[in-house]
Design a binder for this molecule. Sequence first.
Ligand code: SF4
Ligand code: SF4
Length: 108
Amino acid sequence: MPPYVVKDKCDGCKGKEEPLCEQICIGDLMTLDTETGKAYCRSLRDCWDCMSCTKLCPKGAIEQRIPYQLGYHGAKLIPMMGTDSITWTCVDINGKVERFTYRTRNKK
Ligand code: SF4
Ligand code: SF4
């Protein structure tokens, strides 16, 4: 499920020397296109689908495509990080939307 960058949403982390998606990817796969200033994954086949870049992007610009075995073209997962939860929006190939929210931190 490689990341897909929605170009209209990505602001290149506003000119940061190293954008957040690049910082978080331990495979060193995310980078900025020097011409467009937008991020992209430079080797989709090497992505191990950890979704770290997807969850960290402050603009919500990275969607995780669902592999064809599960969802076929057009199906996607979009995260929205909260302070102690994450909400996943799942869009299937017919455009049907479902949302799932999970706690990410234990409250004391
Ligand atoms: S973290 Fe998001 S906004 Fe920043 S460069 Fe990556 S995709 Fe673009
Ligand atoms: S999903 Fe994980 S491995 Fe793939 S590009 Fe994003 S941070 Fe890197």
